[in-house]
Design a protein around this ligand. Structure first.
Ligand SMILES: [Zn+2]
Length: 270
């Protein structure tokens, strides 16, 4: 059974068919899903999804895309929600070097403030670091959180090593199916299996086959059911059985997110 360690199931893009989507994900062998929130309202939406769908775990955080529009009280609200609800992780948080329109210093201040919250509440982090990994690594070294997942990892071997040393696993998803993603594929094959977790980032980053099937649409919608196809693709690249990769990546995710392990235990004993 697969674990999708990063899926925005609370996204409005899923409002019309969320029940069916989670059902087809279960049928595709996805037994658990981590749902990172992107802003304060999304924390409530993530919690509502988790209450409705067994196997869905919410994480709370303020995404760097919202750094410009967040108001002063958002961090205090986030701290309140972390204390009250104890989500499985703090995320999605980080830095985005592609969105130059969002002040990098503001992004960094928001990221550091949330890393301090991760320390305070002893929570792992779901990290977004796009063309900003070295700065993100410096922030992580400065705050020393307990670790987490570097979502949609797209860095160098040296950056991978540094993240592993800081207690992070690296998230791989649909991007590794793109013809041009040779470097990411090479990385996903070369890394030790203890470093890997899988994710869809749905509704974003659709795997290649969805893009081919829905050529007419500018950006086809990704769904959590695609995780099994992505996992099978990575298993083939690594020359291991899909069941083996599913078991190993689940174990890695459970080691980082104790709540995931606890949930799995209670599902087994039912
Ligand atoms: Zn995301």
């Amino acid at each position: 059974m697969w674990v999708d360690t990063h899926c925005h199931l609370s996204s409005p893009e899923f409002d019309t068919d969320r029940d069916e989507l989670w059902k087809s994900a279960r049928e595709a062998g996805v037994s658990a899903l981590v749902l990172p929130a992107v802003d304060i309202d999304d924390c409530a939406a993530a919690a509502a999804c988790a209450a409705r769908y067994p196997g869905v775990l919410p994480a709370y955080g303020l995404h760097p895309f919202y750094a410009a529009q967040m108001d002063e009280d958002d961090l205090a609200r986030l701290a309140f929600l972390l204390e009250r609800d104890r989500p499985c992780a703090l995320g999605e948080i980080g830095l985005d070097g592609i969105r130059q329109d969002i002040d990098p210093e503001r992004q960094k201040a928001l990221f550091l403030a949330q890393l301090r919250l991760a320390r305070q509440f002893d929570l792992p982090v779901l990290l977004h670091a796009r063309r900003a990994l070295d700065v993100a690594l410096a922030c992580l070294r400065q705050t020393r959180v307990k670790g987490g997942i570097a979502h949609a990892f797209n860095g160098s071997g040296e950056q991978a090593r540094q993240l592993l040393r800081l207690g992070f696993c690296l998230g791989f998803g649909g991007v590794l199916t793109y013809p041009g993603s040779r470097r990411i594929r090479a990385m996903a094959v070369a890394l030790p299996e203890t470093a890997l977790v899988l994710e869809t980032d749905a509704p974003y980053l659709p795997p290649r086959w969805l893009r081919e099937k829905e050529k007419a649409r500018a950006a086809p919608r990704n769904t959590p059911a695609e995780l099994s196809g992505i996992g099978r693709r990575l298993a083939a690249l690594r020359n291991v059985a899909p069941e083996h990769l599913a078991a190993v990546t689940r174990k890695n995710a459970e080691a980082l997110l104790p709540e995931l392990a606890a949930q799995n235990q209670s599902a087994l004993s039912e």
